[in-house]
Design a protein around this ligand. Sequence first.
Ligand SMILES: [Zn+2]
Length: 156
Amino acid sequence: MVRENFPKREYRKNIQEGMAICKRCQAIYSNKYWFYDEKLYKENINKPDLSRILCPGCQKVENKQIDGIVILKSEVLKELKAEILNLIKHTYEKEKNKNPLSQIAELKVENNHIEIYTTTQFLAKHLGQVINKAYQGKLEIQKLPRENFIRVNWTK
Ligand SMILES: [Zn+2]
């Protein structure tokens, strides 16, 4: 499995010495890594010299740089919507903790139809696999060659 790395040059130029905090998702940048740590965040958020910037994931959201879409279509969504949205949220938060670049930029919810727009291909694929494992439908993953975009369809 190929994990995506942070686009180092993009964010380095915004960062002075030391620690920085993402003003959108509260990720912390320190020692060349982005991560989440609530305790560290609370300890540092009021320091005047702290840089407040956007982490690479939030930059992607701001720039509407979508790398994946997951489309769920099923009659079961009518009944299980809350449960499935919970699973999406849980999976997303777990993944974002491992890699702040992975963000859900937009979530559209309708009666029997959910669309999830993600900033990484990995997150789109991972969400599709987790949902399919939990609810046993039909999963289709389309990745066009040489295109940085993945389309995940799940039906049941
Ligand atoms: Zn962020």
